[in-house]
Design a protein around this ligand. Structure first.
Ligand SMILES: [Zn+2]
Length: 285
């Protein structure tokens, strides 16, 4: 265990200066909207308003005698950063494989086709998460199926669980990627940054590889990502509502063929778009 002096000298964990000016006061103003008691600093702020972590006051360490311990918020902050770098949107951050809902795939006693497809895809997602942690150079996964069949949920769950397992993940929504590539058409530096990251990140998710407006130029960029990753055996998770024939039409035969070569393919189907089912559930219909 490092001593406090070591830690403060290295200044590694100390992110904010110590606030020694904290005083406890009684709030006597009856019209005040504030709570009965509050902490006031020279800036007249409640610690919980001023600091993201009131426990350590954003210093990242807690002192016990002259021994310093990292505060639990450090792990949280690290994780938040990893999610931000991975570009997982807020709405997808909570997807996890163990919260996968089979009831969206039809009632238990009816036709089992949808449920069986979902079970195979979920098992594949589980194996993929486990396999990536043992050997990061295995096959990727392609989830196909109509809009609202749970493909993005599985891909986001995989991404989240791998980030939690400390693997480096990048989650790219294909139409956004195409926009960014087009926007960076003239500024080579940014384009190379994004392309390079997409090529070399240990785990890449390409969500919604669908019927978008591909130009020859964006098709070539996409090919260079997929081809590089296949050659380096870096697994990619792809979701698409296109059939393989349609995929060839949109992104070209050579890219499609590399995707097939480097992926296991699973198809998800539903009776009714899951987003509609969630809407009806929420509105009590
Ligand atoms: Zn803290």
């Amino acid at each position: 265990m490092k001593s406090v002096k070591d830690i403060l000298n290295n200044n590694v964990l100390a992110t904010k200066p110590l606030n020694t000016d904290l005083k406890f006061t009684q709030n006597t103003d009856p019209n005040s909207s504030r709570s009965h008691q509050n902490y006031e600093t020279t800036e007249d702020l409640n610690p919980s308003e001023k600091f993201k972590c009131p426990t350590c006051q954003d210093r990242g360490i807690l002192l016990e005698g002259d021994v310093a311990y990292p505060c639990s918020c450090m792990q949280m902050r690290k994780m938040e950063n990893q999610f931000r770098h991975a570009r997982i949107s807020r709405v997808l951050k909570n997807c996890r494989l163990d919260r996968f809902r089979f009831d969206f795939y039809g009632p238990e006693r009816a036709d089992q086709t949808h449920r069986q497809g979902a079970a195979k895809a979920l098992n594949a997602a589980r194996s993929f998460v486990a396999e990536c942690q043992r050997n990061p150079h295995g096959l990727g996964i392609l989830f196909t199926g109509p809009v609202g069949s749970g493909k993005t949920y599985l891909a986001a769950s995989i991404a989240n669980e791998l980030i939690e397992a400390q693997l480096q993940v990048l989650f790219l929504v294909v139409p956004d990627l195409l926009d960014e590539l087009r926007a960076s058409y003239k500024s080579e530096v940014n384009e190379m940054d994004l392309l390079d990251t997409a090529r070399t990140i240990p785990i890449l998710v390409l969500d919604d590889l669908g019927a978008h407006n591909y130009t020859d130029w964006t098709r070539n960029r996409l090919y260079s990502i997929i081809n590089y990753r296949m050659n380096e055996q870096l697994p990619t998770v792809i979701t698409s509502n296109l059939s393989l024939d349609e995929m060839e039409d949109y992104i070209g035969a050579r890219t499609t063929s590399r995707i097939i070569q480097s992926s296991r393919i699973f198809r998800l189907t539903v009776e009714e778009d899951i987003r509609h089912q969630i809407y009806e559930e929420r509105e009590g219909k």
